[in-house]
Design a protein around this ligand. Structure first.
Ligand code: ADP
Ligand code: MG
Length: 292
């Protein structure tokens, strides 16, 4: 490609809401084999809502929700906001929290009303030595519905299973169809529960799922996809996506994403939707030629 064609392609991209921060991205995208996509905030709205709260016998619902929401009020995770909003909707007063800590990729812990409170994944509960087996059927059903099951422990005892659901963006199904139309494979990489991720992938016709990855695992997943398929484009929005954006051959950040993701990306999708990925690839093929 000539410098002029790169300039023309970059300018055309800008008109279409696809900002090429590096001319190299325009050259590389045409040969992408796989588009790997973060789930939360990229495929989905990134605004989960609480859908289920099932309490263990002997525990009081309002108290469990108040303690859990009090802890989550200290967390920045989208899941946390869903839980706090649910408690607020019920008019609950949130008690004071001390010793708050977030446990990366697992959940949160703090002391409330003199009791240890933990909220997080089944992996986290396992690490705390708690068996979530009593909720196995509920968790399986929630996961199959595309909801994320979480657990709450109070005073070292399993207290509840909570589910949150994050709606798929209206623009996502057409964006995936467009990528398939261009002959690409679409993979999902997520920290979320395996069954939840599989349910969402099934709904969207996504070809490959890597779930329950810890933040470092996204980089490893990208590296593996590169080894297996060839050139990989990664699309994400979050702070935790920055390393995978850098590791991929072409990193694309959705425009409503965090500054750190945008900084790490080669391409910014101003529409905030995944549709821009197919646009960017089509533009690369048209500009650089060599459509195979
Ligand atoms: P993702 O953003 O892809 O879901 P994260 O690494 O942020 O990945 O989170 C992985 C999992 O850790 C979540 O699905 C959830 O089970 C648990 N988790 C993380 N933060 C919280 C939180 N504040 N409250 C409850 N669970 C959490
Ligand atoms: Mg995300």
């Amino acid at each position: 490609a000539t410098p002029t064609s790169i300039m023309v392609g970059t300018g055309r991209g800008a008109e279409l809401g696809v900002l090429f921060r590096k001319g190299e991205a325009l050259q590389l995208l045409k040969d992408a084999k796989v588009v790997a996509v973060d789930k939360t905030g990229t495929l989905t709205e990134g605004r989960p809502a609480l859908t289920d709260l099932q309490i263990e016998p002997g525990m009081e619902r309002a108290r469990v929700l108040a303690l859990v929401a009090a802890v989550e009020a200290k967390s920045e995770h989208p899941i946390a906001r869903a839980i706090v909003e649910a408690a607020e909707a019920e008019g609950l007063t949130l008690p004071l929290v001390s010793a708050f800590e977030s446990v990366t990729g697992r959940g949160v812990t703090a002391t409330v009303d003199g009791e240890a409170v933990q909220i997080g994944s089944d992996r986290y509960m396992g690490e705390l030595g708690l068996d979530v087996g009593v909720f196995a059927a509920a968790a399986g059903r929630m996961g199959d519905e595309g909801k994320t099951p979480l657990y709450a422990a109070i005073g070292g005892r399993l207290a509840a299973i909570i589910a949150v659901a994050d709606p798929i963006k209206a623009s996502t199904p057409a964006a995936i169809a467009a990528l398939h139309g261009l002959g690409l494979k679409v993979a999902m990489i997520t920290g979320d529960n395996r069954r939840t991720a599989a349910a969402i992938a099934r709904q969207l016709g996504i070809d490959e799922v890597v779930a329950e990855v810890l933040p470092d695992g996204k980089v490893e997943a990208v590296r593996r996809l590169k080894g297996e398929h060839g050139r990989v484009a990664f699309v994400g929005d979050g702070i935790n996506d920055a390393p995978a954006l850098a590791e991929s051959d072409v990193g694309l950040a959705v425009g409503n994403g965090t500054d750190i993701a945008i900084e790490a990306a080669d391409v910014v999708l101003m529409s905030g939707s995944l549709k821009g990925v197919a646009t960017a690839i089509a533009l690369s093929r048209a500009t650089i030629g060599n459509i195979r």
